[in-house]
Design a protein around this ligand. Structure first.
Ligand code: NAP
Length: 260
């Protein structure tokens, strides 16, 4: 789809949506540098994708840490050259009865999901060289929870609303430069995180995980969870040259769950 081979960073590239986004970008012919907290998992994922003939490498990076981010982006540039595409995908779930939420949980969700997007984007614009180019793509994996409140999910919803706000502001700021900034907002997507979320609600409502799955599926007009590949498909389009005029948007991939 792209006219030339580009260098991309994908955070949280070892699982679920990030893994499929990595595969999609690499299959388009791009070089992809992935990060996640678990070095072994990064190595294993890079090897698996290299065995598929894809140009993927990576190193450990906890997106809550500015020091990790600085090192990681430097390593990406050393390995593959300056960064053209950044996919801020790493994230965590988290919530509960708001009045009972501990400081640690609140701050960790905001650090992981929102502050990371600012820190990583700034580093890629500077050390990654993106602000010196006349073409770039920043894609933030937000959520439909970034557009509507999710019961028992206040920190998660707040963090994802923040990601949507940051996307719109940075997108407008960078629009004249040829760098687009967009948020992709998945609804329910079948990944290891989705499984953990169902377990959390099953415990909170004293129901089985199957009951929770049924309840969630009933809310989705399509009647099923989206797949990581379906989310990756939109990312694949947003990095194309055809998508040059799409910026500052928050686009849903949600089987009709969100009508906004
Ligand atoms: N699944 C859904 O239904 C859904 C819906 C809407 C939005 N999303 C969003 O989509 C993104 C990906 O979710 P997923 O469902 O694919 O989750 P997942 O399967 O749990 O994968 C999360 C990835 O992020 C990494 N990660 C987690 N915390 C990190 C940290 N502090 N620093 C660096 N990497 C970290 C994980 O690796 P390590 O644990 O090894 O670090 C893993 O590679 C998240 O931002 C999530 O909020 C998911």
């Amino acid at each position: 789809m792209n006219e030339q081979k580009r260098t991309a960073i994908v955070t949280g590239g070892t699982s679920g949506i990030g893994l499929e986004v990595t595969r999609m970008l690499a299959r388009q012919g791009n070089r992809v540098f992935i990060g996640a907290r678990t070095q072994d998992k990064v190595d294993e994922t890079a090897k698996e994708l290299q065995n598929e003939g894809l140009d993927v490498a990576g190193s450990s990076c906890d997106v809550r840490s500015g020091t990790d981010i600085q090192r990681f982006v430097g390593e990406a540039v050393d390995r593959f050259g300056e960064i053209d595409v950044l996919v801020n995908n790493a994230g965590r779930s988290g919530g509960g009865v708001t009045a009972d939420i501990a400081d640690e949980l609140w701050f960790d969700v905001i650090n992981t999901n929102l502050n990371s997007v600012f820190l990583m984007s700034r580093e890629v614009l500077n050390t990654g060289g993106m602000r010196r180019k006349n073409w770039g793509r920043i894609i933030n994996i937000a959520s439909t929870a970034g557009k509507q409140g999710v019961v028992l999910g206040a920190p998660y919803s707040a963090s994802k609303h923040g990601v949507v706000g940051l996307t719109k502001a940075l997108g407008n700021e960078l629009a004249p430069t040829g760098i687009t900034v967009n948020a992709v907002c998945p609804g329910y997507v079948e990944t290891p995180m989705a499984e953990r979320v169902r377990q959390g609600y099953a415990a909170a409502y004293d129901k089985s995980e199957e009951d929770i799955l049924e309840k969630f599926q009933a809310k989705i007009p399509l009647g099923r969870y989206s797949t990581p590949g379906e989310v990756a498909g939109l990312v694949g389009y947003l990095v194309s040259d055809t998508a040059s005029s799409i910026t500052s948007q928050a686009l849903n991939v949600c089987g009709g769950l969100g009508n906004f």
